[in-house]
Design a protein around this ligand. Structure first.
Ligand code: KIV
Ligand code: NA
Length: 276
């Protein structure tokens, strides 16, 4: 199996071959998704919500990201691992951005980082790329800005916002980003952005015309505990499966039907009789 690289992603864009990306936050998910030959794993700061129970992605730290990204990298042979830069790890200064992005690659084995925003983060993106760090952009609904956006809602519906998003996308490309996630933007705007760029767009709630798609793995598996956004398709209902399994376990332990004899270990013959 050959490792997916930034060169692979560029080729996919050129050849019009769809790119598949999913979130992964731990070792076993990485192993399973790698077997399924998913192209890119996003260690999203959504792990703050999904794995750590925070109400937003804002509390997620560099240490959280490093911890989870290392686990994902240990389970990954083929996919490209992209680590989200957490809130405040790249916004304060270009210098801090490069140092933190570098840490994510250096200390985890990830191949790329992702940052949210356009114009405001462009100098940081350019500096990271200059330092040899592959960068994925993220435009549209950028969850780290949830308080500024006034909630989780579709972005770029009206002309000014749409134009701004298109310009931000071009700017990120000119700064050297090799792909851009488009989250919760109108399908036609995502199509326009995709056609306007030489780098890949990866959509989530951005229609079918992006170069690739990403979802939160827990959402597609039916493992989410809260609200499920409109753009999610549930490919399984693991939550129901898990609840049924642990309920059956509880029942059998309570009834003393688990463990059964076949789950136990035998002793050498005659040993029991010698015990006193
Ligand atoms: O953190 C995340 O899961 C993301 C995706 C939704 C793109 O940034
Ligand atoms: Na994210």
């Amino acid at each position: 199996m050959k490792r997916i690289t930034t060169a692979t992603i560029r080729d996919r864009k050129k050849n019009g071959e769809a790119i598949t990306m999913l979130t992964a936050y731990d070792y076993w998910t990485a192993v399973l998704l790698d077997q399924a030959e998913i192209d890119m794993f996003l260690v999203g700061d959504s792990l703050g919500n999904v794995m750590l129970g925070y109400e937003s992605t804002l509390p997620v730290t560099m240490e959280d990201m490093i911890h989870h990204t290392k686990a994902v990298c240990r389970g990954t042979q083929q996919a490209m691992v992209v680590a989200d830069m957490p809130f405040l790890s790249y916004q304060v200064s270009v210098e801090e951005a490069v140092r933190n992005a570098g840490r994510l690659l250096k200390e985890t084995g990830a191949q790329a980082v992702k940052v949210e925003g356009g114009q405001a983060v462009a100098p940081a993106v350019a500096a990271m790329v200059k330092a040899g760090i592959p960068v994925v952009g993220h435009l549209g609904l950028t969850p780290q800005a949830v308080h500024q956006l006034g909630g989780y809602k579709v972005q770029g519906k009206e002309e000014r916002a749409a134009q701004q998003l298109l310009e931000d996308a071009r700017l990120l490309e000119s700064c050297g980003a090799f792909a851009i996630v488009l989250e919760c933007v109108p399908s036609l705007l995502a199509k326009k952005v995709t056609q306007s760029l030489g780098i890949a767009t990866i959509g989530i709630g951005a229609g079918a015309d992006c170069d690739g798609q990403v979802l939160v793995t827990h959402d597609l598996l039916g493992l989410s505990t809260g609200f499920t956004p409109k753009f999610v398709k549930k490919y399984a209902d693991l939550q129901q499966n898990i609840t049924a399994a642990v309920t059956a376990y509880k029942k059998e332990v309570t009834a003393r039907t688990f463990p059964a004899p076949e789950h136990g270990f035998a002793m050498d013959g005659g040993v029991l009789e010698k015990l006193y």
